[in-house]
Design a protein around this ligand. Structure first.
Ligand SMILES: CC(C)(COP(=O)(O)OP(=O)(O)OC[C@H]1O[C@@H](n2cnc3c(N)ncnc32)[C@H](O)[C@@H]1OP(=O)(O)O)[C@@H](O)C(=O)NCCC(=O)NCCS
Length: 154
């Protein structure tokens, strides 16, 4: 497995990760490569977007980090980071998420972030356990969701 910054040409591969999660009942919306480009790869507030690929170049998962700007749809404090993680169900629990977070942390430190928000469905036990294991801690509860924060050294 290796890690690299996502490029436009990864849009189809990332969409297929999201499709696998949808098919497994772990995601509510189906999605297209166009959505992936706009929402992750080319998003104007992107700080980082890293893909994990196997030896054959297949995308196993990805992690996005965005800058929280005024009016962000997640109501995250301005200046924080906003993280999202999606791993192909067939590649789960093999350290892909852990490896991606090491890359994202580098990007966060390079950008000068002090806090990263992860907002997770309250019923998403694996998502909650994953972020807790990465060092995120709960700081607020929303309707049907829990937000955890990772504090970086300032
Ligand atoms: C949650 C998710 C990102 C975890 O990714 P992953 O690549 O499977 O995670 P890793 O294998 O790197 O696991 C890292 C640690 O997280 C925790 N963890 C991960 N999956 C877990 C699970 N199903 N149950 C309990 N703990 C879990 C463990 O502490 C694990 O360390 P360990 O394997 O040494 O015990 C992945 O399952 C996923 O994409 N799920 C669907 C989408 C999602 O829920 N995204 C996050 C919330 S929005």
């Amino acid at each position: 497995m290796s890690f690299r910054s996502a490029q436009d040409s990864d849009a189809e591969g990332i969409a297929s990760v999201l499709q696998d999660l949808f098919d497994a009942g772990k995601r509510r919306k189906s999605c297209t490569a166009e959505f992936v480009l706009g929402h992750y790869i080319s998003h104007p507030d992107r700080i980082g977007c890293t893909v994990a690929v196997d030896q054959g170049g297949r995308i196993l998962g990805f992690q996005s980090l965005r800058h929280a700007v005024a009016g962000n749809p997640y109501d995250v404090a301005v200046g924080w980071g906003i993280i999202g993680t999606h791993i192909r169900p067939s590649a789960a629990r093999r350290g892909v998420g852990r490896g991606l977070f090491a890359q994202t942390l580098d990007a966060a430190l390079g950008f000068g972030l002090t806090s990263i928000d992860a907002t997770i469905g309250a019923d998403n036990a694996e998502g909650l356990a994953y972020y807790e294991a990465m060092g995120f801690r709960e700081y607020r509860q929303l309707e049907g969701a829990v937000s955890k924060v990772y504090q970086l050294p300032s």
